[in-house]
Design a protein around this ligand. Structure first.
Ligand code: AMP
Length: 394
């Protein structure tokens, strides 16, 4: 199917978009409408010549932002819309054509993603208002991880919490892990074997993928579990909540806020959640920034080592996301902690590989696991899944 797909990723006060043609070489039009509902609302984007533009949209809501996005598409018209939906619960193992049943199912999972799913549905409603006759497809962050076996997705909790309340590990960043593991299989002589993928951006997660199926992943019921992230703590002792409540009198909302917004690289460094600034500060001898780098890298290596248990064979690791694609320092740190797996980094290749370039970074030992950097393309993957869904429904 040659559909030109408008990919929409809607937050509570923002709409990210990308218009993606079936031909991967065709230029993309993309951008973000942000601060919606306020006097400062604006649309920022790239035109087909790659020039940036900014348009003020004072007081605009989501539907008005989507109309403005439509006006910015230089006369190009999508033939379908693909929505990024954060949580599909156990309802969705793949992308779904949006109808009232799909909307009702997304609403029922809103309890699991109270910040994201309702905002995603606002985007669906606003897009339907602007494009009433276009097919709309929901692509879920969780769907790729629905192949996890029970040993990976069940918490050791009373089983009624799973059966009656859906308390289990779901995993996120599914479109990214799916994209880079599939691409590793295409680029590598190992094919679609056993890949560990590390999506390291503001949010961070790892995944173990065997023959294009996710077998385990570091995020859980929510995107807070697992690795150290920009402002999220990742794993902590589950007893921490009770301790903070009893000893400091913190409410659940305060604890939630601290673990999600004030922890991670920001909390450890006492400085910033931005890896570029952390690296620069550590270079100048800032002890908090150096500690943040140590903990960040160690926790990634530990997670990759743990997830390797899910794979029948380990063919390699793939780094992606803003940090994974751009930080030779973090890649060197992580691989340096895993020599017993046979990983060996080609330092020169590691140093030169920058954003937008995919490449192999290991010393090409015939039997050792490989190291790849592959830029993620979540929007491209959402567009592809949207096309496949429409073909399957035709
Ligand atoms: P993302 O959420 O994928 O856009 O990734 C954002 C993270 O990538 C931030 O922590 C950035 O500091 C980090 N990042 C971007 N470029 C670089 C770079 N050249 N070196 C280190 N980190 C980078």
């Amino acid at each position: 199917m040659n559909a030109s797909v408008l990919v929409i990723n809607c937050g509570s006060s923002s709409v990210k978009y990308a218009l993606i043609e079936a031909d991967p070489k065709a230029p993309r039009l993309d951008g973000i409408a942000e601060r919606l509902g306020s006097a400062e609302a604006q649309l920022k984007g790239n035109d087909s010549a790659g020039e940036r533009f900014i348009k003020s949209l004072p007081g605009a809501d989501h539907a008005e932002a989507i109309s403005a996005i439509l006006d910015s598409l230089e006369g190009r018209r999508p033939s379908a819309v693909g929505h990024r939906i954060v949580h599909g619960g156990e309802h969705f193992t793949e992308a779904a054509l949006i109808d009232e049943h799909v909307i009702a199912a997304i609403e029922t999972t809103a309890a699991l993603a109270p910040l994201h799913n309702p905002a995603n549905l606002v985007g669906v409603a606003a897009t339907q208002k602007v494009f009433p006759s276009l097919p709309q497809v929901a692509v879920f962050d969780t769907a790729f991880h629905q192949t996890l076996p029970p040993r990976a997705y069940r918490y050791a909790l009373p089983e009624t919490l799973y059966h009656d309340h859906g308390i289990r590990r779901y995993g996120f960043h599914g479109t990214s892990h799916a994209f880079v593991s599939q691409r590793a299989g295409e680029l590598s002589d190992r094919g679609t074997g056993g890949w560990l993928t590390a999506h390291l951006g503001n949010g961070c997660s790892t995944s173990a993928v065997w023959q294009n199926q996710s077998l385990d992943t570091s995020m859980g019921l929510t995107p807070l579990e697992g690795l150290v992230m920009g402002t999220r703590s990742g794993d902590v002792d589950p007893g921490l909540h009770a301790h903070l409540h009893r000893q400091l009198g913190w409410s659940l909302d305060e604890i939630d806020q601290v673990l999600n917004k004030q922890s991670g690289l920001l909390g450890l460094s006492g400085l910033t959640n931005d890896m570029r600034e952390i690296e620069a500060a550590a270079e100048k001898g800032h002890t908090g920034a150096s500690l943040a780098l140590e903990v960040f890298g160690y926790r990634i290596a530990k997670s990759l080592a743990a997830l390797s248990c899910a794979l029948p064979r380990l063919d390699g690791v793939v780094f992606t996301g803003g940090i994974g694609e751009n930080s030779p320092l973090i890649r060197r740190h992580v691989i340096g902690l895993l020599p017993h797996f046979g990983f060996s980094l080609d330092d020169a290749a590691n140093e030169v590989t920058i954003r937008g370039k995919e490449g192999r970074l290991d010393n090409a030992a015939p039997n050792g696991p490989q190291v790849w950097v592959i830029p993620t393309d979540e929007e491209g993957r959402i567009a592809m899944e949207t096309r496949h869904c429409l073909e399957a429904c035709a």
